[in-house]
Ligand binder design. Structure first.
Ligand code: BGP
Length: 520
């Protein structure tokens, strides 16, 4: 559908920006905070780019007021941040740390005083280390009880002031990176365990939502999912079937549980056949079916393209060529961004560039590859890529919003979208026209989705300030505000608004009216 004129963004649209505790706060061991699994993981040699850690990050903990003032200056209507569970309950399920709660009280009250809606995420990957040690973290159901206890504290403390809440960030990413690809803690490669963990997180999400609805009437809560539409490589029915499989395996596997309370039938069958499906008790089933989110948080970076995965595929097939092109592109991206890779403790070379959690694929001969008979990821020749090899696909954003609303009928809240780039400071200024272009194209695509009729309640760009990328250090920047930090972790941490800061301020001021218009 093409429109002569697009609808306006709705009144009260939540124009925002996002962050996550581990990536910005620093103060990793201050004021009684306990360690998280990321505090420990980042300190083990070879796990992160140049050994970067969140010990100081961008020091948001100490620069709270400065950051809040910058948010007000930009005119933000919403700010999505995450709460470090181990700051609130240092041992994960023991005593509450009043200083930790007080930090979030200052943040939330500071936002409200400035007319900004706080949007806390309860779990953005930084599990208290004590829970990992005591129970093997999410492998145990005790972790679900601990999460519920922590949520209760958050809801009873802040439910009177905070309307929008996110339960879990990108469950698809942290479970696969942590239990399959060995790139996040606890660095395991065990698909069966990955599905157990995933099931437990589903239950934790459902328990949090159920509790929230009891304790915070009038509030709204939902998970944030890393969503990408799946395209077939072409109209070959075998590839179309592969795209149906991939959508089920990569998207429905989580979304059907969140929104319908059940695992998708075909993927569940396939996993059962392989002996790696999670066990769902009658009580689990009842809980999952009864807990419904009020909205769906959507993190959109890009989708993916797939083809049939024929195990006897001839080497010169079109898709193999596309795959080679993809590989070449990734290598090129690595060269462009100057990543040389690092040696891990064991000595094998490890590339931190080009890691794309949404498109990870089993390597040849890698054990336990449930999707092998279902599909194979391919390069998409129609879309450009960022310097880190992530596809740039604003039309896919509109498709994503359409598909999600059509499938689940829930209002959507875009909780992440943005461009990672190596920004340069020129005479004290940062001219990030590429980021403005990226955001503008995506905001226009979202406006088209809104005109199509999709109810979108807000958009939080990733990210407000520059911050620590989990695996890419500080040079892969996403922020509207430049932070003087580097991979040697020796910058001044001074803040400087980029060109995109002023551009987004004007977009917010006009409720999106300036999108696609010439600017002076
Ligand atoms: C999402 C995470 C964010 C952020 C973003 C960019 O998956 O929820 O926390 O990290 O991706 O990722 P990266 O820094 O790897 O480019």
């Amino acid at each position: 559908m093409h429109y002569e004129k697009l609808d306006d963004y709705p009144e009260g649209f939540l124009w925002g920006a996002s962050s996550a505790a581990y990536q910005i706060e620093g103060a990793a061991a201050e004021d009684g905070k306990g360690s998280s699994i990321w505090d420990v993981y980042a300190h083990e040699p070879g796990n992160t780019y140049k050994g970067t850690t969140g010990d100081v990050a961008v020091d948001h903990y100490h620069r709270l007021v400065e950051d809040l003032d910058l948010m007000k200056r930009m005119g933000l209507k919403a700010y999505r941040f995450s709460v470090a569970w181990s700051r609130v309950i240092p041992t994960g399920d023991g005593a509450v740390n009043p200083a930790g709660l007080n930090f979030y009280a200052r943040l939330i009250d500071g936002l409200l005083e400035r007319g900004i809606q706080p949007v806390p995420t309860l779990y953005h990957w930084d599990l208290p280390e004590a829970l990992q040690e005591k129970y093997e973290g999410w492998e145990s159901r005790q972790c679900i009880d601990a999460f519920e206890k922590y949520c209760r504290i958050m809801f009873t403390t802040f439910g009177d002031r905070v309307k929008y809440w996110i339960t879990i960030n990108e469950q698809n990413v942290f479970t696969s990176m942590g239990y399959r690809w060995q790139l996040h803690p606890p660095k395991k490669n065990d698909v069966k365990t990955m599905f157990v963990v995933n099931h437990h997180v589903n239950l934790a999400n459902a328990r949090a939502i159920t509790l929230f609805h009891k304790l915070v009437p009038g509030g709204l809560i939902g998970p944030s999912f890393g969503y990408g539409p799946v395209y077939p490589l072409n109209s070959d029915p075998a590839n179309v079937l592969a795209s149906v499989n991939a959508d089920d395996f990569n998207n429905n596997w989580w979304l059907d549980v969140y929104c319908r309370g059940e695992y998708p039938y075909f993927t569940l069958k396939a996993l059962q056949r392989m002996g790696i499906a999670p066990e769902v008790s009658a009580a689990d089933d009842a809980l999952l079916r009864s807990a419904k989110p009020d909205f769906l948080g959507v993190n959109y970076y890009h989708g993916g393209t797939v083809a049939e995965n024929r195990l006897d595929r001839p080497t010169d097939s079109a898709s193999d060529k596309a795959s080679e092109a993809d590989q070449a592109d990734k290598t090129d991206a690595t060269a462009k961004t100057g990543t040389t890779g690092e040696k891990s403790e064991k000595g094998e070379k490890k590339e931190f560039s080009g890691i794309d959690p949404y498109l990870m694929q089993p390597k040849e001969g890698q054990a336990q590859t449930p999707e092998v008979p279902m599909f194979q990821s391919m390069a998409n020749p129609y879309v450009k890529k960022s310097a880190w090899g992530w596809e740039i696909d604003p039309v896919g954003f509109r498709i994503a919003l359409r598909q999600l609303f059509e499938k689940y009928g829930l209002p959507l809240f875009v909780t992440e979208n943005g461009l990672g780039a190596a920004d340069k400071v020129e005479n004290g200024e940062i001219h990030d026209s590429y980021r403005i272009k990226y955001l503008e194209d995506h905001l226009l695509a979202m406006k088209e989705a809104v005109t199509d009729g999709v109810p979108v309640i807000g958009y939080c760009a990733w990210s407000f300030t520059d911050l620590l990328s989990w695996l890419n250090g500080y040079r892969k920047r996403y922020g509207f505000v430049y932070v003087d930090c580097n991979d040697e972790q020796s910058g001044t941490l001074d803040r400087t608004p980029k060109d995109s800061f002023f551009w987004y301020r004007d977009i917010i001021k006009t409720n999106g009216g300036l999108l696609g218009k010439e600017r002076a």
